[in-house]
Design a protein around this ligand. Structure first.
Ligand code: GDP
Ligand code: MG
Length: 779
């Protein structure tokens, strides 16, 4: 039977893993291999995806993906884990291992700069450790895939030691783009040493990567992280024994509590200096299935030896990747066709003898080794307090009837607090402060001989422009405060789990929901938040949709026009605009899914971490980081943008200061583009000017228009209702503001940002046009 047919309460034993290519490899790497027990925990409230327990950890799978996995019902009794029920004294953090007591009898110590790569599974605590090592402010999150680019820092107290925080990986078979980043870095840049960080509470799955890293012929230390949590639950790891078996230094640490980190650094520097590489060793067992895989791997090693030397690829690593049918490695080895045919024959023979296909055989070999290692070295914790607590919380937060209401309440609460209470309060304060500064600057300038235009530039241009953008800082910081609570606590993973089915319909995965919702508040932090998404495709598609979520700065525009034209239907108009935004986003993503962003959202094989209480440092760190990010932008892109628009607004083409705004460059340019808006019904230079100034910040549409719209002539003649509505739709959908464009630029570069602006303006035009046509027919 298939895995998706398994009911809650039943357990299954995996017989066969279907699917093809990277996805199948990913399944295997995540521990879904023949012979393993798997138990469904719960269905998401919408019926898909499903949460499973496997190897003592929780992971989510979509139904479609689960259907690829064949199982047989397993006897529940088998599930009882044998565990030694003794509490032993733990060796303690950072105790020196025997392997390491050895004298550096070999190798001349390496001099000069050294680089250390931090490699480990997602959520194993890499970033936490990175921050402890460097004292740096990197974002830490309890959400798989937070680190999507590598970050570099210098180890405190060791100025010549650089450490790189790599994206989390489960295996060296790259599956997502971020995993590719990590593998490429390790293989090509060849760090002096690897610090492999392992979540000790989830050791089997984490060691899977360790075994592959050990084959890379790079000095390496193993950091057993989260030892605090393990010990808390009466688990232990026989560190010395593990060192003896693995033959690399193993250091128990708690990155969060900064315990054992000093020792870890000592060991890492030691192996790096003396280039103590892991001893070459067999993970394949000579006796397992008559040594089928063992013989296969060793034959291949002999056959590709010369290629490995020539192209500098570690031989054991290369051999296992060839068996796994890893295209990249096979290509870079430049194996001849004849050799390849021989290799394929060897592999086929192995598959027959072993009774498993090539990828599964390798995964099975690794897990078998890990199982034996753990049997000798790991005293499993009792079912952890954290797990039990998480299960209780999950009863409500992902419960069938409670999940969605709770989610809606949480999001509403966050928006209410951000925009109406805390954020608004600070925003008010800041506005007052900027206003005061502006007044005093004005006073100062009046007393000096500064000319009027310069004064106007400083006071009206810079203070108003940058000031109005700056007053967003509190909102952004508060929004990120809540976001980091969601993320750090582990709730975000649950949101993704709950919402996946809905988002999948438009080609995204559950993880995109939070950035999209933040878009209703402000596009800037929302675009910044897309960094949490695991694949570039999802990230770009989400970024493309965010501006269609009506952000809070558009409210004044709606208010201004509804007051003027439809005072009675203000509410209806506003709500319908929000919906038009959402519908546009859905249509756009459906089209994008078929054209530029082809393919499926990444499969939802996601680990569900336990809930954790966010640490204040992390939260503060994140808030500071975002504020800094935004401020940097405010003083570069936004500053320049402000000055440019001010100049356009106040000068004519002969660079004379103009009194009548109608003669300014902005108005002239606006007049040029006015015909574009004719089919939309608002071909008026004042409106186009206001729309242009709206690039600065959406509120300026209203302020500019109120300056220009002094006279009594009507702005709209023929069909006021349809025309005004078309204008509102256009305002809803066109480029949000220069700060959002700056955020785009940061994520996608200049070209991407320009394309995005054009795309948004075009979409806005088309939708406004269509809606106006419909309204003209209806009214
Ligand atoms: P990364 O994905 O590997 O970069 O992991 P992070 O550094 O973002 O950490 C994931 C989660 O584990 C965060 O909630 C951390 O607070 C938590 N964490 C990290 N190290 C420890 C530790 O030593 N003990 C405990 N109990 N939690 C930790
Ligand atoms: Mg990280």
């Amino acid at each position: 039977m298939k895995l998706n047919e398994l009911e809650i309460g039943q357990s299954g034993r995996i017989l066969n893993v279907g699917g093809t290519g990277a996805l199948r490899q990913h399944f295997l790497d995540m521990g879904l291999i023949p012979g393993i027990l798997i138990t469904p925990v719960k269905y998401a409230p919408l019926g898909d995806p499903i949460e499973y327990t496997i190897n003592g950890y929780e992971l989510t799978l979509r139904k479609d993906d689960a259907q690829e996995i064949e199982i047989e019902i397993a006897d529940l009794m088998e599930r009882e884990d044998e565990r030694l029920d003794v509490d032993i004294d733990h060796p303690g953090y950072g105790e020196s291992g025997i392997y390491h007591a050895r004298q550096p009898e070999h190798n001349e110590p390496l001099q000069g700069k050294m680089t250390f790569a931090l490699a480990g599974n997602q959520n194993s605590g890499k970033t936490t450790l990175f921050n402890q090592l460097t004292g740096s402010n990197q974002h830490v999150g309890n959400f798989p895939g937070v680190t999507v680019e590598q970050k570099t820092g210098t180890i405190k107290g060791h100025p010549d030691c650089e450490v790189i925080d790599l994206p989390g990986i489960y295996s060296l078979s790259p599956y997502s783009e971020e995993e590719m980043v990590s593998r490429k870095y390790i293989l090509e840049n060849k760090p002096t040493a690897i610090i492999n960080i392992v979540d000790a509470t989830n050791i089997e799955r984490n060691l899977y990567l360790t075994m592959q890293l050990m084959e890379l012929d790079i000095p390496m230390v193993l950091a057993l992280n989260m030892m605090d949590e393990l010990q808390d639950n009466h688990g232990a790891i026989l560190v010395n024994k593990m060192e003896e078996i693995l033959q690399i230094p193993v250091v128990p640490i708690s990155a969060m509590k900064n315990e054992g980190v000093g020792e870890l650094v000592d060991h890492a520097i030691h192996v790096a200096r003396y280039q103590e590489k892991p001893v070459p060793r067999d993970f394949c067992d000579k006796n397992d299935h008559n040594g089928a895989l063992h013989r296969c791997l060793h034959s291949i090693m002999h056959m590709i030896e010369d290629h490995c030397v020539e192209y500098e690829i570690p031989i054991r690593f290369a051999a296992s990747k060839v068996v796994e049918n890893d295209g990249h490695i096979i290509d870079s080895l430049h194996i001849h066709d004849k050799e390849m045919a021989a290799i394929d024959n060897i592999i086929e023979q192995m598959e027959n003898e072993r009774g498993l296909d090539r990828s599964a055989a390798i995964a099975d070999m690794r897990y078998l080794f890990i199982e034996r290692l753990c049997r000798q070295t790991v005293i499993k914790p009792r079912i952890s307090k954290q797990r039990l607590r998480s299960e209780k919380i999950d009863d409500i937060l992902t419960g069938r009837f409670t999940a969605i209401p709770v989610f809606v309440l949480v999001m509403l609460g966050i928006f209410y607090l951000t925009f109406n209470v805390i954020g608004a309060y600070f925003q008010g304060l800041l506005e007052e402060l900027i206003g005061m500064l502006q007044v005093s600057a004005e006073g100062l300038l009046e007393n000096t001989a500064v000319s009027d235009p310069v004064r106007s530039l400083i006071v009206d241009g810079i203070f108003n422009g940058v000031g109005s953008v700056l007053s967003f800082v509190p909102i952004i910081v508060i929004l990120f405060f809540f976001l980091s609570l969601l993320e750090d606590s582990g709730y975000m993973t649950r949101i993704a789990f709950v919402m996946d089915k809905l988002l999948r319909k438009i080609g995204l995965s559950g993880r995109s929901i939070v950035p999209m919702l933040m878009g209703f508040g402000c596009s800037v932090p929302a675009i910044m938040a897309t960094r949490t998404l695991p694949s570039r495709r999802d990230r770009y598609l989400t970024m493309m949709l965010i501006p269609f979520m009506s952000c809070s700065a558009k409210m004044p525009i709606y208010a201004f026009f509804t007051d003027l034209f439809f005072p009675k239907q203000a509410w209806l108009i506003t709500v319908s605009l929000y919906f038009i935004g959402i519908i546009t986003a859905v249509i756009v993503s459906l089209i994008a899914k078929k054209t530029i962003y082809k393919g499926e959202a990444v499969p939802f094989v996601m680990e569900m971490p336990n809930y954790r209480i966010p640490t204040p440092e992390n939260v503060l760190r994140l808030m500071w980081e975002k504020a800094k990010d935004f401020l940097q932008r405010a003083f570069t892109v936004i500053f320049i943008g402000t000055v440019v628009i001010w100049i356009l607004e106040h000068f004519d083409f002969r660079l004379n200061l103009v009194d009548d705004p109608g003669l300014s460059m902005l108005a002239i340019v606006a007049d040029l583009i006015t015909p574009i808006f004719k089919p939309l019904g608002f071909a008026d230079w004042r409106i186009s000017t206001a729309l242009l100034s709206g690039f600065l910040a959406k509120e300026s549409v209203v302020s500019t228009l109120s300056v220009l719209y002094g006279s009594t002539e009507a702005l709209f003649n023929a069909h006021p209702a349809a025309d005004v509505f078309a204008l509102l739709v256009f305002c809803l959908l066109y480029t949000p503001c220069i700060a959002a464009v700056a955020a785009f630029k940061q994520e996608q570069g200049h070209g991407g940002a320009i394309k995005m602006v054009l795309f948004q303006c075009l979409t806005a035009w088309i939708v406004a046009f269509v809606i106006r046509k419909i309204l003209l027919v209806l009214i």
